[in-house]
Design a binder for this molecule. Structure first.
Ligand SMILES: [Fe+2]
Ligand SMILES: [Fe+2]
Length: 295
């Protein structure tokens, strides 16, 4: 089972965006977009990413949030178009939201992410048009993919996240009922205590840590920080690996921050299956992704 982990696509498309939409937190986001983000996540890089994914032998792709910048409908359409362009199909691609996908309360209550990305964010067996209840659970070839939402609109300059009591209870049930699988947990905000930036933190991470100590998990994947991060959390049978992927579309001058994604190979998936990691990094000279140079 080969699974690509991509994150923080930040698809940009302001087509048809009404100025009225910017009388909100989006105004500050829009200024940031014009100042930095437009060049930071160019759409050519999103196209190069999709082309590269299409050339890899993969069984599944997971996307850990921030598919957009300002959660505008035009940006969701652009992100959806990118996922639709992959040949794998929605059953083989799983997406969860990040804080940029619920940038304003209208997107949160309007469930804009869920409406635009529904085929990529549905639990197995869910009715076709029913919006997801988080976490979602999808079982594929011995791997249980469990996707959370930590996305919450927060005032400038916060970019924090929250799971909430109800979701944590459902998450414990989901992890408990999939113990016979390789359990892969997707979450946008980093759950590791050492990656705590008070403005960008997962607020109820302590409750998640306790939950994982009780029920365990094989691997936790996250995004949000636009950099490679690695650590562990305590589990009932030993440490649980927690791996953050850099942004898959980041046009950063520093080589170690440049657009990248990871591919996990889970051999003989099951509750104790080992896995290996490969990384592919964007090369601005060739404008293609290639295996990360060995350190
Ligand atoms: Fe992001
Ligand atoms: Fe984020």
């Amino acid at each position: 089972m080969r699974i690509a982990h991509i994150s923080d696509l930040h698809a940009l498309d302001l087509t048809g965006a009404s100025p009225l939409r910017f009388f909100s937190k989006r105004f500050f986001g829009w200024l940031n977009l014009l100042r930095k983000r437009r060049a930071a996540h160019p759409t050519e890089l999103l196209d190069a990413l999709c082309a590269d994914l299409g050339q890899q032998p993969l069984d599944h792709v997971v996307v850990t949030g921030d598919l957009t910048n300002l959660s505008l409908p035009s940006e969701f359409r652009r992100a959806r178009q990118a996922l639709d362009s992959l040949s794998f199909g929605p059953k083989a691609v799983t997406a969860i939201p990040g804080n940029h996908d619920v940038y304003v309360w209208g997107a949160y209550f309007g469930r804009t992410f869920e409406k635009h990305l529904l085929p990529y964010a549905q639990s197995d067996g869910a009715p076709e048009h029913e919006l997801p209840t988080w976490p979602i659970v999808r079982k594929r070839q011995g791997v249980a993919i469990i996707g959370c939402s930590t996305a919450l609109p927060s005032p400038v300059p916060l970019a924090d996240g929250w799971l909430g009591g109800r979701q944590l209870r459902r998450l414990e049930e989901a992890l408990d009922s999939t113990r016979d699988h390789f359990r892969l947990l997707l979450i946008h905000h980093p759950p590791l205590p050492q990656h705590l930036d008070v403005l960008r933190a997962l607020r109820d991470r302590g409750r998640l840590h306790k939950l994982l100590r009780r029920v365990g998990c094989n691997l936790v994947l996250h995004g949000h920080e636009h950099r490679d991060l690695r650590g562990t959390l305590e589990g009932p049978q030993g440490p649980i690996p927690v791996i953050g992927a850099g942004s898959a579309t980041y046009n950063h001058p520093l080589a170690d921050r440049r657009a990248r994604y990871n591919i996990y190979t889970v051999s003989d998936p099951g509750p104790t299956a080992p896995f290996t990691i490969e990384q592919r990094v964007y090369n601005p000279t060739t404008r293609t992704f290639a295996p990360a140079p060995t350190p």
